[in-house]
Design a protein around this ligand. Structure first.
Ligand code: 3HC
Ligand code: NAI
Length: 695
């Protein structure tokens, strides 16, 4: 059973009990329907209360059932809501904590609703690429009015129950701390004999001149929804609440729901929803692994990354000390943090008071003794093993026992770094992405000796800092940068063979990337990749690269920071203008290496860049560097601007079909630089078995 039945005086109480959030899966629906029928058959029962056990009334339809026949097995959510609405005895929803999606739709099918303050009320289906499909688009406007209901449905944003007190959504919002169930049972007892039973479906939506409002809404939503079809369909469905009879509107809503649930965009969003949650689970680090307390932090290096990382701690209310070797560098780092907060205040995203509170949590020092008591220290100094060695030997000497020693290295061997200390079990990689105070991704690098409690603490910390933590094993570049290396290599070869930066960027941005590789290079600094390549020319001479990026750097064109990169820039303007100098350099380079430039299609550009990611992702998966394909997808969705509506590179490859991906790769393997296209054994295996990375 996943709903419990109890009789309390003359009131039957049905408690949804499907942890963690009382998702309305088949077993819960079946038990709830059985509860209603039992209450109807019992003459001693005058009224019914539906409530939820634990930390939710209900989080809605069970998303895990969407791809299974269970979703359509009777009693469906529609049937459950019908049974509730047709009940001849009054049904009261007792709402607390979370009342979302199908949960809110169920509550709207009840005759009355009593809520605790602080309950999050939402129809968040749009965030999963669908729309409320069990009457939400028809019933919510009938209790909240057209405008407020449309806002909630199109945005999916939760509204606190107390803010909706006084609307027809609630018959009562109880006082803070009062007993919800007792209040709901008292309410049900009071209305036990009241007839006729109020029904939301019988209410009308009155909105003068609704056509103009709906047209305005369509225009606004269309402009904001990008490649996602759901928001506009939400407007269509809500419009039906005004223009159609209730049952017709319900039917129309259903049709739109069925279209959306099959859409690739919705599948991608649902994949991302579960991928984000599963990423924090590590098979040999169970959920009850003890975690260390993180009440204070220190950062070594107050440069680009150190400052941003410190802001994350301050934003989470954790005091943080930055350590530098020179006062000048420290002052510069602290000033940058202050400036960043001031800019956020100017943009209206933070109050002055809050900014000051956060700034007050950040301090600076030149002395290791001042950071010795920190619970975690994150090193963010230059990317050179020698510098890391100096820092970690000092940290090992001064940090209190039990402190976590973390490195923000983006490419170096974490095991070597751990070996500089006498406590490798306390060493972990925390690889933030730039700008560290903005980007959601945190790659958590697990060294061969990293303690399980240290890993569990890093995962818990990522949640506290509002990051998406993804665990990576140790390899050059970890998950994200190791893959981007192959993508960048292809981008370079494309230039040699006939493309110009603008064409490559445009093609990839049309595919949905936030930014193409060359605009990205100009933003991040082309000198960073140059330094990495120089190291690789020595360490891995067998790996081939186009020389175009080196020639660019030799011209001093490091990107926006030098006012020129792959593109030209005007002072104070981030807009990229095609550069005659760079384009001429690229064409000349092709001639110098004897390559006849050809016209390259956008399809080829996208395939070469994206499949380069996929192929390397497959190796990373096979080597166990990533625990699962969906972790790789999360890295790319949250750290590299991969289009969300495509679900990440591995999910995208699954949708294309791995045999198709493999065929295309085989084609490129016959071309120039075919050595870059040796298919990953896992890709070959899965394609042969008719499987996907995620299935
Ligand atoms: N179905 C199934 N599982 C769900 C779920 C749902 N609707 N909502 C959450 N879960 C699961 C999560 O997968 C996670 O599982 P795990 O512990 O195995 O990883 C667990 O519940 C806890 O989730 P969170 O980590 O997100 O917990 P939080 O406390 O941070 O948040 C929440 C809880 C606000 C409910 C959040 O999970 C959420 O936003 N869920 C999605 C709600 C939603 O979109 N509902 C609409 C569903 S679609 C629908 O109802 C269709 C209908 O209109 C026909
Ligand atoms: P940066 O050059 O901006 O800052 C490094 C800072 O460390 C400087 O302020 C320098 O004075 C200080 N420093 C150097 N040696 C020190 C020492 N011994 N003790 C204390 N401070 C010292 O470098 P950035 O970009 O912040 O990179 C730092 C680390 O973060 C590197 O490992 C880099 O690979 C990594 N990283 C960088 C990203 C980026 O986009 N810049 C992204 C992710 C990781």
């Amino acid at each position: 059973m996943s709903a419990e039945y109890q009789v309390n005086g003359a009131v039957a109480v049905i408690t949804l009990a499907n942890p963690p959030v009382n998702g309305l899966g088949l077993a819960t629906r079946t038990a709830a329907v059985a509860g209603i029928r039992q209450a109807l058959a019992d003459d001693a029962v005058k009224a019914i209360v539906i409530t939820g056990a634990g930390k939710a009334f209900s989080g809605g339809a069970d998303i895990k059932e969407f791809n299974s026949p269970k979703a359509l097995t009777e009693p469906t959510l529609h049937t459950l809501i019908n049974v509730v609405e047709q009940s001849t005895k009054p049904v009261v929803a007792a709402i607390h904590s979370v009342c979302m999606g199908g949960g809110l739709e169920l509550a709207l099918g009840c005759n009355y609703r009593v809520a605790a303050p602080g309950a999050q009320m939402a129809l968040p289906e749009v965030k999963l690429g669908i729309l409320p499909g069990a009457g939400g688009t028809q019933r919510l406007p009938r209790v909240l009015g057209l405008e407020m209901a449309l806002n909630m449905i199109v945005s999916g944003t939760p509204v606190a129950s107390e803010k909706l007190a006084g609307t027809a959504l609630f018959d009562e919002v109880i006082a803070p701390g009062a007993d919800l169930l007792a209040a709901a049972v008292a309410f049900a007892t009071k209305v036990g004999d009241v007839r006729p039973l109020p029904k939301v479906r019988e209410r009308k939506v009155d909105y003068p001149n609704h056509e103009a409002f709906l047209q305005f809404s369509r225009n606004t939503v269309k402009a904001m929804s990008g490649p996602f079809p759901a928001p506009l369909k939400c407007v269509d469905a809500v419009a039906a609440a005004v223009t159609m009879k209730f049952d017709e509107g319900l039917k129309y809503e259903r049709e739109l729901f069925m279209q959306l649930v099959q859409s690739p965009e919705s599948k991608a969003l649902r994949h991302a929803f579960f991928a984000e949650r599963v990423a924090s689970k590590v098979p040999d680090v169970p959920a009850d692994t003890p975690v260390r307390t993180i009440a204070s932090a220190a950062i070594v290096g107050a440069g680009t990354m150190g400052g941003g990382i410190a802001m994350n701690f301050a934003n989470a209310g954790i005091p943080v000390t930055l350590l530098e070797t020179k006062q000048e560098a420290l002052d510069k780092g602290l000033a940058t943090i202050r400036k960043n907060y001031e800019n956020t205040v100017k943009k209206g995203k933070l109050t002055q008071d809050k900014a000051e509170q956060r700034i007050a949590l950040v301090s600076g020092t030149l002395a290791y003794a001042d950071i010795a008591q920190a619970d975690i220290v994150i090193e963010a100094v230059f990317e050179e093993l020698g510098v890391k060695e100096t820092v970690f030997r000092q940290l090992d000497a001064v940090m209190k026992p039990g402190a976590i020693l973390a490195s923000n290295t983006s490419t170096l061997d974490l095991d070597k770094i751990a070996a500089f200390t006498q406590r490798p079990q306390d060493v972990v990689g925390t690889h933030f992405f730039s700008p560290a105070n903005v980007m959601k991704l945190l790659e958590i690098v697990r060294g061969k000796e990293t303690g399980k409690d240290v890993l569990a603490t890093a995962l818990a910390l990522s949640k506290k800092l509002k990051k998406t933590g993804v665990v990576s094993g140790v390899c050059d570049g970890f998950i994200g940068n190791r893959m981007i290396e192959q993508y960048s290599r292809q981008a370079g070869f494309l230039l040699e063979e006939g493309c110009l930066p603008e064409q490559v960027d445009k093609a990839v941005e049309k595919f949905g990337f936030a930014m193409g590789p060359f605009r990205m290079g100009d933003l991040a600094g082309n000198d960073i990749g140059w330094a990495i390549r120089k190291r690789r020319y020595v360490e891995k001479p067998e790996v081939t690269y186009s020389k175009t990026a080196d020639l660019l750097c030799e011209l001093g064109r490091y990107g926006q920071k030098t006012g020129a990169g792959w593109y030209d820039y005007k002072p104070g303007d981030r807009k990229a203008y095609a550069s005659e100098q760079v384009n001429a350099m690229i064409v000349q380079h092709s001639a110098d290496i004897g390559v006849a430039r050809r016209k390259i299609s956008d399809q080829e550009i996208v395939e070469r860049l994206v499949y380069a990611l996929v192929n390397e992702g497959a190796r990373i998966l096979e080597e166990g560097i990533a625990l699962r394909a969906s972790d790789i997808d999360m890295v790319y969705l949250t750290g590299y601007g991969f289009p969300l509506f495509r679900g990440g590179p591995m999910f995208y490859a699954d949708t294309v079909g791995l045999p198709n991906v493999l065929d295309t790769i085989a084609g490129y393997a016959k071309g120039r630089h075919g050595e870059a296209w040796t298919p990953a054994p896992l890709l070959v295996k899965l394609a042969g078995e008719g499987k996907g990375f995620n299935s």
